[in-house]
Design a binder for this molecule. Structure first.
Ligand code: SIN
Ligand code: MN
Length: 219
């Protein structure tokens, strides 16, 4: 595994929930950051979604492969809640990265979409479940593979019911986090970004997070 650092640490938080700390080398992080920047400011740029209740999210979002509509909480091929443009394709590198991290966590994933978010110093995301992928995908427990780049986040991870206790830990630059199987529908969120914690070699502030998912299950 090319980018697995010698100090990578696997922490099993719950069955199906694996934190792959220090997984990506700085050079892999740098390449991904360049790709994220290009995508976020590309022809079909990232935007700040307005969700169902009318509130704005606290991230800049760009969906690749499929678009997640913040009004309907459904996936679609074009951004009907924003500018009607088609979601850009999922880059092959992202699909390969998702398979690699899923495998490192003992799972499998053939990602067909990515939600790419940029958090500035004020960025955050409330506690929620990822449950908008197909019923078959959720039932199979196909994981969500998350990759963090830049400033650290205080990540919240709870149970499958909102009321259950939540643990908090840091997701740092280069970390993977994989949640599938019995953990697929656990609540999670980002309570805050920790400014100034990105490795200086990356020359960035704020945080990119990629969540790679598989909407469709081949039958
Ligand atoms: C998400 O839950 O969609 C994003 C999580 C993160 O930014 O780590
Ligand atoms: Mn989520």
């Amino acid at each position: 595994m090319g980018g697995l650092l010698s100090d990578a640490v696997r922490v099993d938080l719950a069955p199906g929930a694996v934190h792959l700390a220090h997984y990506l080398s700085l050079s892999r992080q740098r390449a991904l950051i360049d790709q994220c920047r290009t995508l976020l400011d590309g022809d079909v740029p990232a935007y700040v979604p307005t969700v169902r209740g009318g509130g704005k999210m606290h991230v800049r979002m760009l969906c690749l492969g499929r678009h997640w509509n913040g009004q309907t909480y459904r996936y679609e091929s074009t951004r009907s809640d924003f500018d009607g443009r088609p979601a850009p394709p999922l880059p092959d590198e992202f699909r390969t990265l998702a398979s690699e991290l899923a495998q490192a966590a003992g799972m499998t994933l053939t990602a067909d979409l990515c939600i790419l978010n940029y958090y500035d110093a004020e960025g955050r995301m409330g506690l929620h479940q990822d449950k908008d992928e197909s019923e078959a995908s959720l039932a199979a427990g196909l994981p969500v593979v998350s990759v963090s780049l830049g400033d650290a986040a205080r990540f919240l991870f709870g149970g499958t019911k909102r009321r259950e206790p939540v643990t908090a830990f840091r997701l740092e630059s280069g970390d993977g986090f994989v949640f599938g199987g019995p953990s697929r529908l656990r609540y999670h969120g980002v309570s805050r970004i920790v400014p100034g914690t990105a490795p200086p070699e990356l020359g960035m502030s704020g945080r990119f997070n990629l969540t790679l998912r598989q909407y469709d299950v081949e039958t």
